[in-house]
Design a protein around this ligand. Structure first.
Ligand SMILES: [Zn+2]
Length: 99
């Protein structure tokens, strides 16, 4: 069983959570200027890396809150968890480090 460390409740079973997909996807700065292809990229195209991946999870059977997870898609190991109002740790896209 995968234990996910909710930043509000602590470690809980994966069955209490739902994955909301890739995290850190920035909304377009000026949506009126996007063409159809750019909208399609924003709405539907997501990374599918082999290795570390930034994801959004919600603790649906607990506090109900959304938070960020960096999880290795091969080993399932979670190496970072942070709240939505926190800055991502170094090495996560948006943290100012390497992505
Ligand atoms: Zn929670």
């Amino acid at each position: 069983m995968l234990l996910i460390p909710c930043p509000y409740c602590g470690p809980r079973a994966e069955s209490e959570f739902t994955c909301g997909g890739e995290g850190g996807v920035a909304r377009p700065a000026d949506p009126d200027r996007l063409g159809d292809a750019q909208w399609a990229d924003y709405l539907f195209m997501r990374r599918n890396p082999k290795g570390l991946h930034h994801e959004q999870w919600r603790h649906v059977s607990g506090c109900g809150r959304w938070f960020n997870v960096r999880r290795d898609t091969v080993s399932y190991r979670i190496d970072a968890v942070w709240r939505m109002d926190e800055a991502p740790p170094a090495g996560v896209p948006g943290a100012g480090g390497a992505s």
